[in-house]
Write a protein that binds this ligand. Structure first.
Ligand code: ATP
Ligand code: MG
Length: 164
């Protein structure tokens, strides 16, 4: 199904607005793109990224939700200010149950569900299902989780000539 990426991002951002306000974090949505994705799974993926971003953005910081379209793909980025993820851990964070610093979890004191280290593994699975990719970049400016959706979605139907 075709989704208006920025519309979806705005809906998800609205959902997090109260939490962001409490955390003193500014949420911003920019860009324009249309992508082919399962709406439910798309929301779950962005939701997981945004929940992380909110957890690691200091008070007064900013989170950007960005939709970008290029000729062959659509990129959805969740970028947040905060302590960078060391380069050697940028792939490991996608592993099931992996957490960079388990003692840093804020789950208990904020009353939100404790973290299990599954969020990003789920994001990657969702991107695999869409024939896309999920990867992370991090430096002193921001930490960015980037979802890349191919424009030519792999379909199960083949051209009639390829059938016996
Ligand atoms: P869950 O999502 O299951 O509640 P979790 O958030 O700990 O638990 P993941 O979402 O898979 O698990 O993230 C794995 C780890 O990656 C986190 O524990 C954290 O150490 C690191 N991480 C994820 N997002 C960020 C971010 N935006 N900034 C810094 N570190 C991050
Ligand atoms: Mg998480």
């Amino acid at each position: 199904r075709d989704l208006e990426a920025e519309k979806e991002l705005e809906l998800i951002a609205d959902y997090f607005e109260g939490l962001a306000e409490d955390a003193g974090v500014h949420l911003r949505t920019t860009g324009h793109a249309q992508l082919r994705a399962d709406a439910e799974l798309f929301r779950r993926a962005v939701n997981n990224l945004l929940a992380n971003a909110l957890r690691y953005t200091p008070r007064g910081g900013e989170i950007n939700l960005i939709a970008e379209e290029s000729p062959d793909s659509v990129r959805v980025t969740v970028a947040n200010q905060g302590t960078p993820i060391p380069p050697e851990l940028l792939e490991r964070v996608f592993d099931r149950f992996y957490r960079v610093d388990p003692s840093r979890k804020r789950g208990t004191e904020t009353g939100t569900a404790g973290s299990t280290g599954l969020g990003l593994a789920i994001v990657r699975t969702i991107m695999d299902l869409h024939g896309g990719q999920a990867h992370a970049e991090s430096d002193t400016v921001s930490t960015r989780f980037i979802l890349t959706f191919p424009k030519s979605f792999p379909t199960s139907s083949h051209s009639p000539s390829s059938r016996p």
